[in-house]
Design a binder for this molecule. Sequence first.
Ligand code: SAM
Length: 225
Amino acid sequence: MNPVGNPRQSQENLNPELPLTPAQRSNLWPLTARGYPAWRAQSLTWLSGQPFPLEREARLFLGLCRPQPGQDWLDAGTSAGFYAGLLARTGCRVLAADLSAPMLAEARRREDHPNIDWLLTNLEASGLPDASFDGVTVGATLNETHDPARLLAELSRLTRPGGGLWLMYLGRTGGPLQRLLSLPATGGLTFPDPAWVARQLPGWTRTDGLRVGAVVFERYVKGVA
Ligand SMILES: C[S@@+](CC[C@H](N)C(=O)[O-])C[C@H]1O[C@@H](n2cnc3c(N)ncnc32)[C@H](O)[C@@H]1O
């Protein structure tokens, strides 16, 4: 089942009531979208303190989550479409969602695959039907979104029982740079602690977790161990 219906058609569901962080607003600029793929290709190496090319992240995700052809996945905050592209090439049907139209345009340019539908929406309140997806990928969107607890609750609602949730985010270090970037004036970013994330996901089982420097990878399964 494809929750969007018409393949390859962008739909818009931006709720103007939902506040945005400065980090989210910066993603609305076309220049940010244009530069994002270059940052993304290097960022985990810089943030983890060891070589971490996209190929390594792809192997980690595919090895732990094992997405299956024909499954429905949501890429939550797709940006340039890294996870959406991986999933589509595995044979999954993907809804790649983002609140930034320039990001979606960039992703579409880079990951033009018939298995991907694109959706402009704020995933803190997507309006999509319950239990639409077999799996959800969240690559660093938790760090940027205004209300990460609300985002996780919404993604939980959208996942079928037995479905998977893949999280990649910058975990809390308590360092001065993170404190600065958390201020509303300088980014409004959130750096969650893994224990806090687990508390937002009642009824989910954390099956895998890896921390490399500040970068956290986690796989959760809804309901079952
Ligand atoms: C750090 S980037 C994500 C990178 C991408 N997931 C990846 O792994 O390459 C965060 C993206 O999430 C989007 N975003 C942030 N909050 C969102 C929300 N509440 N709903 C939808 N998209 C959101 C931003 O526009 C941005 O493109």
